[in-house]
Design a protein around this ligand. Structure first.
Ligand SMILES: Cc1ncc(COP(=O)(O)O)c(C=O)c1O
Ligand code: FES
Length: 425
């Protein structure tokens, strides 16, 4: 029998919780009605299930059910938020502010809007991954209609100061959108208390199904208007046409409710597992660096760089034991290191040697112990094969050497850039 590797890539996706699946199943078969069918009980039953899920999601984020629109995922929600606002508010202005470390679906929507007459400001981030609020405020002009800053980052888990951003946006009469795909169910979210105007959510990041998401759209103070991007039967208050995928909606509702109910306990548990992992790795390996703030971070996320090790080789050595991601755009087609890490000022070498750990609901202490043991083994093995590591061990300052190979696989200025967060042992 093939033993499956430990799954520790929960920022990429999560399994559907069996409890959630149970709730979904009848809606594929006996309760298969179209939620828009008004003339019979099949339709009413489906509609009731959709409205129940809508209420569950609204309750999870402190919204009114009428403010929740179902979409196919956070990618669609982000597209709808940016393009939908840009089109409606064009008369008022054409400027949008976002951040360089956003998910590609925000950055690519912004790029699309740039090609259609919008001006976009891409804010940089500090070495800890957080934006500078003064810089945000300074970027606002009378033309600014929207600020879009993600709640928590998918690669480094860094949580932005959402309440402060919302306050700045409101004081300038600008709408505030946040991509909460990674944050929902992991950190408490109350759209009222936080002052969020639009918020994107995804089912498959919170132990619900893939292919379903939602967009929160504020209806009061202010009432946000959106131009639909999918036209048709006028579903979802005309903002998103298309027959509702009832089983997935039911699943996302149940998943959101469950995630929020257990939030505190689960966050404390995953934080402890993360601390254990970090301690075990840094206690046994030197030249390991944490990417991004540890303080303002999702409890289950850890992103580490291992100097003198090539990321791909490391992943190859690990993947029979643990399923992780490099957290970067490192595919066979593109060997570019992560744009998120580069935005923090992490050098190419350390960006190339990064691993993203996404500790989730089903990970145990035993998973952590096995993972760290394997990482220590593989990193040591790879370093033993590295002449640069050997020279480093002998105390040779590789940065001072004038021959060509010195510019790769070396730690850079990175550790000094995150004082207190870089672990160098
Ligand atoms: C921060 C963030 N935004 C958006 C998405 C896209 O979500 P979905 O897969 O639901 O389209 C993801 C997931 O990859 C994400 O992590
Ligand atoms: S080897 Fe993984 S980022 Fe390049």
């Amino acid at each position: 029998m093939i033993t499956r590797a430990i799954y520790m890539d929960n920022n990429a996706t999560t399994p559907v919780d069996p409890v959630v699946l149970e709730v979904m199943l009848p809606y594929f078969t006996e309760k298969f009605g179209n939620a828009a069918s008004r003339n019979h009980a099949y339709g009413w039953e489906a509609e009731e299930a959709v409205e129940n899920a809508r209420a569950q999601i609204a309750a999870a984020v402190g919204a009114d059910p009428k403010e929740i629109i179902f979409t196919s995922g956070a990618t669609e929600s982000n597209n709808l938020a940016l393009k939908g606002v840009a089109e409606v508010y064009r008369e008022k202005g054409n400027h949008i502010i976002t951040v360089v470390t956003e998910h590609k679906c925000i950055l690519d929507s912004a790029k699309y809007l740039e090609q259609h007459g919008c001006r976009i400001t891409y804010l940089p981030v500090k070495p800890d991954g957080l934006i500078d609020l003064a810089e945000l405020e300074a970027a606002i002009t009378p033309e600014t209609v929207l600020i879009s800053v993600m709640f928590a980052n998918n690669e480094i888990g860094v949580i932005q100061p959402v309440a402060e951003i919302a306050k700045i946006a409101k004081s300038h009469g600008v709408l505030f959108h946040t991509d909460a795909a990674q944050a929902l169910g992991k950190v408490p979210i109350d759209v009222q208390a936080l002052g969020i105007d639009l918020m994107s959510m995804s089912g498959h990041k919170l132990y619900g199904p893939k292919g379903i998401g939602a967009l929160y759209v504020r209806r009061k103070n202010p009432r946000v208007r959106l131009e639909a991007q999918l036209h048709g039967g006028g579903h979802e208050r005309g903002m998103r046409s298309g027959t509702l995928y009832v089983p997935l909606i039911v699943g996302m509702g149940a998943a959101a409710e469950r995630a929020v109910q257990n939030l505190e306990v689960e966050a404390a548990r995953t934080r402890k597992l993360r601390e254990r992992l970090l301690e075990q790795i840094t206690g046994r390996l030197s030249e390991v660096y944490v990417n991004g703030s540890l303080e303002h971070r999702l409890s289950g996320n850890l992103n580490l760089s291992f100097a003198f090790v090539e990321g791909e080789a490391l992943l190859m050595g690990l993947n029979d034991t643990v399923a992780l991601s490099s957290g970067s755009a490192c595919t066979s087609a593109s060997l570019e290191p992560s744009y998120v890490l580069k935005a923090l000022g992490v050098g190419d070498e350390l960006a190339h040697s990064s691993l993203r750990f996404g500790i989730g609901r089903f990970n145990t202490e035993e998973d952590i112990d096995r993972t760290s043991a394997k990482i220590v083994e593989v990193v040591n093995r790879l370093r033993e094969m590295s002449p640069l590591w050997e020279m480093h061990q002998e105390g040779i300052d590789l940065k001072q050497m004038a021959w060509p190979p010195t510019d790769f696989l070396l730690p850079t200025a990175h550790p000094e850039r995150i004082p207190g967060h870089a672990v160098q042992r």
